[in-house]
Write a protein that binds this ligand. Structure first.
Ligand code: IVH
Length: 682
């Protein structure tokens, strides 16, 4: 294909992919299969790789992410990001309406909308292209999170239709739907990380991530509800919403126009009940005066518009009795107290259990067995105990004493200073820890031994055949054949029987054998080192290449790696300092597991930068920051996160922070420009 043909094909593919993105993510009405969509996207990526000079700045491949940000730039909002006056009382809504009528007269129409519980964002478009996305920050200045926002597939990078101003801003809320939130927390627990408390925190945490390819995996979404500025070609707010919809933005289908206060109350009461049926969180409703001229007359206070107001729902709460506290031991040995409650209806589901999180929470609540407790749904999903009805406490109750020994193996529990969780330290002898670690080792994203799925690890454990992951590689046909167990399925709770016959034994052994081909980053993740999730494992492997280098790394070498902080570094050092772990590694090595990155995957253009480390900062003329980093690696150099005395060069672009320059000068690190750099690789 020549360049001209490629240009045409890229334009046609981009248009088509944009249309399908909109159908799928905005309208929820896909017209082609996921497979067909992936094929189109793959073709576009291929063409863009072949003809990088033809990549459009608003190409739909931008949704895939890949840009890594060092730190978010602070940007001043063109229109300050105000908040809304809010209330929990219907009385104050009446006052709000009366005030408006006093100023405007009786001819007022309102638009009622859902109040999305997420992270506020302002998007700027120039000539129909998304150029900047800024968070609220302090209302005057926010963080430029454009690279991350671009990964959200429902957000148009290039607008549809016509009639949009040459430059304008649109405001909305970035949210994380319930399903994605739950999936994400499961993964975090599996990786030994703290789960997010609610979808809003998760959305906010995701937007702050530095690696946009990670953000792309989070399934964030966004609803848009406001066009600031007073030179818009529209008469009403509702018209603005319809126009924004026609340009491709996701606008809630539940925005309605109301004439009377009764209609407003109807809307409010309907959503107070129906909100639990939505696939995302809302925390109230918003009322806005529809006419833009009337809005202008009403104006603003220092903090919020006088033409809008929000009504916040009271969190749904019930009272029920605490029957007992159970303790669960996870893969990492962390002991989580769980409250068993008298079953009670709450926000559409029957609640029987609530997390008590840790010993501190139990103490702070001073909750006791038999107490009547207030239960609320945090983030509207996970029930939690938020207080005790002391008036109903029966005489003679005593504070709950957190268990001192592991409920599974009897070992005395330990607590690290500064951490709230108690741990069972018996990593190699405590059944749920051993089984949990094995389950993690064989899981899909780790060694992917799916022939050892539900219940099978349990059989191996119960028969004393495996105590750690290296034992898997000693299994033989003779040891496995004929083993049996009945167990309760987690899916349908029915009793099931597994017996290892010839075929399943062969499958298991094949699965174990093929796990020897799994790449080193997944092996590292499979080891289950605390805080070393998939991404961290990948970053470590890309930096150190082999396990031997990683094992020899000192604290300072570790924190030089992008996204590796002190907590992760400490955890890695402590894991490798234990003899039982190094013995495990030796056995896995003997079994033939990969402990080195496949060098053929590292494509090199030259070795000109071999042994050199770079910190890239600022904005560049010929390269995006990502491309620069890639180029450094292609020439054998390494990118690191922050400047230290060992850094070879600070590669400085425009607008680099003065702190960086100062630090480099102080440590004697050479500062080079983009041109110097081009000279180095030519
Ligand atoms: S309008 C100048 N509409 O709630 C007023 N805000 O508590 C612009 N929010 O700052 C805001 N849903 O982050 C508006 N349908 C909606 C909203 C909404 C959620 C957020 C927004 C706002 C905050 C105020």
């Amino acid at each position: 294909m020549d360049k001209l043909q490629a240009k045409e094909r890229i334009a046609a593919l981009s248009d088509e992919i944009r249309k399908h993105n909109h159908n799928y993510y905005v309208l929820s009405r896909p017209t082609i299969s996921d497979y067909e969509f992936d094929m189109l996207l793959a073709e576009l990526i291929r063409l863009e790789n072949e003809f990088p000079e033809l990549i459009e700045p608003d190409s739909p491949t931008g949704h895939v992410g890949g840009g890594v940000t060092k730190e978010f730039m602070q940007v001043q909002h063109k229109y300050p990001m105000l908040s809304l006056g809010n209330t929990y009382s219907e009385e104050e809504i009446r006052d709000f309406e009366e005030r408006i009528h006093k100023t405007i007269g009786d001819e007022v129409e309102y638009v009622c909308e859902l109040k999305f519980d997420g992270v506020a964002i302002g998007l700027t478009y120039q000539n129909g292209r998304l150029v900047q996305a800024v968070t609220r920050g302090d209302g005057v200045r926010g963080d430029d999170v454009t690279t991350n926002i671009k990964t959200i597939r429902s957000i148009p990078l290039k607008l549809h239709g016509t009639g949009f101003p040459e430059e304008f801003e649109i405001r909305g809320e970035i949210i994380l739907p319930h399903a994605s939130f739950e999936k994400m927390n499961e993964q975090r627990l599996e990786d030994g990380e703290e789960p997010f408390a609610n979808p809003r925190n998760a959305a906010s945490g995701s937007l702050k991530m530095l690696d946009s390819a990670e953000v792309a995996k989070r399934s964030l979404d966004g609803f848009f509800y406001y066009l600031p500025g007073n030179d818009l070609p529209f008469k009403t707010h509702y018209e603005c919403l319809l126009a924004a919809k026609s340009w491709g933005f996701k606008i809630s289908e539940f925005a309605v126009r109301c004439k009377t206060i009764e209609e407003i109350f109807d809307y409010l009461n309907t959503w107070d009940k129906a909100r639990h049926e939505l696939p995302f969180d809302i925390d109230g409703i918003v009322m806005k005066v529809n006419d833009l001229k009337q809005q202008e007359i009403l104006g603003y206070t220092a903090k919020s518009p006088r033409w809008a107001m929000s009504y916040k729902f009271k969190a749904e709460q019930v009272t029920t009795q605490l029957l007992s506290v159970a303790y669960q031991v996870g893969r990492t040995g962390a002991v989580t107290p769980v409250a068993n409650l008298q079953p009670v209806q709450l926000a559409g589901t029957v609640v029987k259990r609530a997390s008590l999180h840790n010993a501190d929470i139990i103490n702070n609540l001073d909750v006791r067995i038999g107490d009547m407790v207030f239960v609320e749904k945090g983030g509207e999903i996970i029930p939690k105990i938020i207080g005790v009805d002391l008036g109903q406490r029966v005489a003679g109750s005593t504070p709950i004493a957190f268990i001192g020994t592991c409920p599974e193996c009897g070992t005395a529990l330990k607590r690290t200073e500064g951490e709230s969780a108690w741990y069972c330290p018996n990593e190699t002898g405590c059944p749920p820890q051993i089984k949990g670690k094995l389950e993690h080792f064989i899981s899909r994203k780790a060694m992917n031994i799916d022939s050892l799925g539900e219940g099978k690890v349990e059989i191996l454990f119960d028969n004393g055949l495996v105590r750690n992951c290296a034992d898997l590689y000693d299994l033989t046909f003779d040891r496995l054949i004929g083993l049996e167990k009945t167990y309760q399925s987690t899916e349908d709770k029915k009793e099931k029987k597994i017996s290892f016959r010839e075929k399943s034994v062969a499958n298991i052994l094949n699965g174990i054998e093929s796990s020897k081909n799994v790449s080193f980053d997944r092996v590292l993740y499979a080891l289950g080192i605390r805080f070393v999730g998939e991404t961290v494992a990948r970053k470590l492997v890309a930096h150190f290449i082999s396990l031997d280098k990683l094992m020899n790394a000192e604290f300072n070498d570790l924190i030089e790696v992008e996204e590796i902080g002190e907590k992760i570094a400490q955890s890695i050092l402590s894991w490798f300092s234990e003899q039982k772990n190094t013995e495990l590694i030796d056995r896995l090595r003997m079994a033939g597991i990969h402990f080195k990155m496949d060098e053929s995957l590292i494509t090199r253009i030259s070795d000109k930068l071999s042994g050199l480390t770079f910190v890239v900062s600022g904005v560049f003329e010929n390269f995006s920051r990502d491309d620069l980093k890639k180029t450094i690696e292609l020439h054998g150099g390494k990118n690191i996160g922050s400047i230290s005395a060992k850094t070879s060069y600070l590669l400085a672009g425009e607008n680099m922070g003065p702190e960086k320059r100062k630090k480099a000068e102080k440590l004697g690190v050479a500062i080079v420009s983009e041109d110097d750099f081009i000279g180095m690789i030519q």
